[in-house]
Ligand binder design. Structure first.
Ligand SMILES: O=C(O)c1cc(C(=O)O)c2c(n1)C(=O)C(=O)c1cc(C(=O)O)[nH]c1-2
Length: 361
């Protein structure tokens, strides 16, 4: 398909576009190249990745987050107009916060911790793919070296981010039982910050790209930035989806994680359920058959959990009266299996559900 507004090559004649035509041309670049179209994002949002693949995304994306204020400081350093700097510096505050514990980088660390990482491991940036680092650093170099108009134009991918963020948050909450609203708190703030930043940058570019040459350069800068985002996802896909070639030194599943709480001693509030525990569904949580997907799910406020067959068999017997021992006994009879093995298995499974707050004892 030929784009309506293909970015002209450097030696091509181009008439001066009106500001609105320039905006349309920039939006057209996003429609064809923004990272919402990347297969890795499609898998992420549709719940098709496993927990380790989601972890790989969270870990690598941390590098992008951590370098955004470095990038913005490089942009700021090129601005000779105090009024412009006053506006742009807000971006650095948004990411760094005004105090320790505040700001976007901190919220991304919470996201990474939410999927199991130890904070120190993430901060160390060990394990981040070299390709991620190369892409992100290419962005920082770009804004440091190119004229200000191009540096600002390269941030215009943010025009398209609110749509992908809304889709991502809804998709991840619905499709992954280990993702909570708290874990994704990072994105909430971006939904107001990104449009504010993008509106400003777009007006600047429309106003300052006053020749065909400058307009072409602004388009090329946005195209470049789309590739910065796209190649990060290519690298993730190659290493952690297919063919699954993790480069030497990069994160391997299992590394850098905090031990899961379910390994706590038996019988405690967080430990595996034991025979005498009586599990029950908390208020607001229900086992439901989903007619569309033709499978059972656990419905909790604002969240749905997919269940495997074993979990469904157990949860059908959870009624707030039967103990874990009773449930194991019934399953052992139905499936002609060893009762003590079943009891141990379901004790662990129920504890995992309890950790996600969809089961109580
Ligand atoms: O979640 C996303 O898909 C997404 C995309 C982008 C983007 O389009 O560059 C940014 C962000 N998030 C983001 O959180 C962020 O802070 C940010 C800063 C910038 C930038 O170029 O200055 N882009 C983005």
């Amino acid at each position: 398909m030929t784009a309506i507004f293909p970015t002209p090559a450097a030696d091509e004649d181009q008439r001066l576009l009106s500001p609105d035509e320039l905006e349309a041309a920039l939006r057209d670049i996003g429609a064809r190249r923004y990272h919402n179209l990347h297969p890795f994002h499609r898998l992420l949002h549709d719940g098709k990745l496993n927990k380790d693949q989601v972890r790989a995304w969270a870990l690598n994306r941390y590098y992008y987050q951590a370098m955004i204020p470095v990038k913005d400081a490089a942009v700021l350093a090129r601005m000779q107009d105090a009024q412009l700097r006053r506006i742009w510096r807000q971006r650095i505050v948004d990411h760094d916060g005004d105090a320790p514990g505040d700001g976007g980088i901190e919220r991304w660390l919470k996201l990474a911790e939410g999927v199991g990482f130890s904070r120190d491991y993430v901060l160390s940036t060990k394990g981040i793919l070299s390709a991620t680092k190369f892409s992100v650093e290419a962005y920082v170099h770009f804004v440091a070296e190119k004229p200000l108009l191009e540096a600002i134009a390269s941030s215009l991918t943010e025009m398209f981010s609110p749509t992908i963020i809304s889709e991502r948050v809804a998709g991840m909450l619905k499709n992954y039982d280990f993702i909570t609203k708290d874990t994704l708190a990072y994105f909430e703030k971006r939904l107001t910050q990104a449009p504010r930043d993008a509106d400003f940058a777009l007006e600047y570019v429309k106003q300052h790209a006053t020749t065909p040459e400058l307009q072409r350069k602004a388009m090329a800068a946005l195209t470049f930035k789309c590739t910065v985002l796209w190649t990060q996802l290519d690298a993730l896909y190659f290493a952690y989806v297919a063919p699954g070639m993790v480069p030497p030194e990069a994160w391997q599943p299992g590394e850098g994680l905090v031990a899961e709480k379910t390994t706590a001693p038996a019988g405690g509030k967080h430990g595996p359920f034991v025979g005498s525990d009586v599990p029950r569904l908390p208020r607001g949580v229900r086992l439901r058959f989903d007619d569309v997907r033709e499978k059972h799910v656990l419905l909790a406020p604002e969240r749905t959990f997919d269940l495997d067959d074993n979990a469904v068999a157990v949860l059908k017997l959870v009624d707030g009266k039967r103990s874990v021992g009773d449930i194991a006994g019934e399953l052992a009879a139905n499936y002609a299996a060893d009762r003590s093995l079943i009891e141990a298995d379901i004790g662990t499974m129920l504890a995992e559900l309890a950790q996600k707050r969809v089961l109580e004892r």
